[in-house]
Write a protein that binds this ligand. Sequence first.
Ligand code: MN
Length: 254
Amino acid sequence: MSPSRMTRSGKPPSVGVASHVGKVRAHNEDSARAEGSLFVVADGMGGHAAGEVASTIATETLIELSGRKDLGVDDIVGQVSVANRRILDSVAEHPGQYGMGTTLTGVAVVLVDGTPHWAVFNIGDSRVYRCVDGTLTQVTVDHSEVQELVDRGYLTAEQAARHPARNIITRSLGREPMSEVDTWVFPPAPGERLVICSDGLSNELGPEEIEAVVEEADDAQQAAEALVRRAVDAGGRDNVTAIVIVMPDDVEAP
Ligand code: MN
């Protein structure tokens, strides 16, 4: 189901996708897809010819759900496990891919009691942010060692953002048994903006900078490109990817 079903006028949201290899890496192992009711970002690991294979399997497998009219959270979780299985099967067929994996983070439109809601899902340290009435909040929680230290009170969020071990993730796709998928379901808000990004963006730009770009944005493609350009200009130490969704003002909040 398209997010246009969330509005009174049936007006579709503005959607933008941008990705850049950055200034340091030789290849872009991130993958992003936005289609119908599905918006997904995956950040592959395992080196060239493996990381990008894993991230592409993940996004293409999830996007298969994009045309479904009656999507539920269980369908998304089930499809994530299909993606996990396909990555493991690919490794079994191609031993050179041993060790490949990927994060997977996204947003889908699901029906809750017959009304369209957002469902956010996450494995790993890619992120979903939401900006409502000009205020940005992070929806997802990173599956990383530094996030666990934050949760236990050993690190502040600011210390975690600069920590040298911040790229060590505790959940990913390509593992057996499969990592647990976190999900959040919430109603849409008028004029809200959603940002789905890889850590190459969130490691370079703080939440204030992301908020400043998206709160003013009417055109989601321009906003996605502006976010990615700023992250590359700020260092571009990793691949940088962003999907931006700008919802119309006539969203019907249930
Ligand atoms: Mn990354």
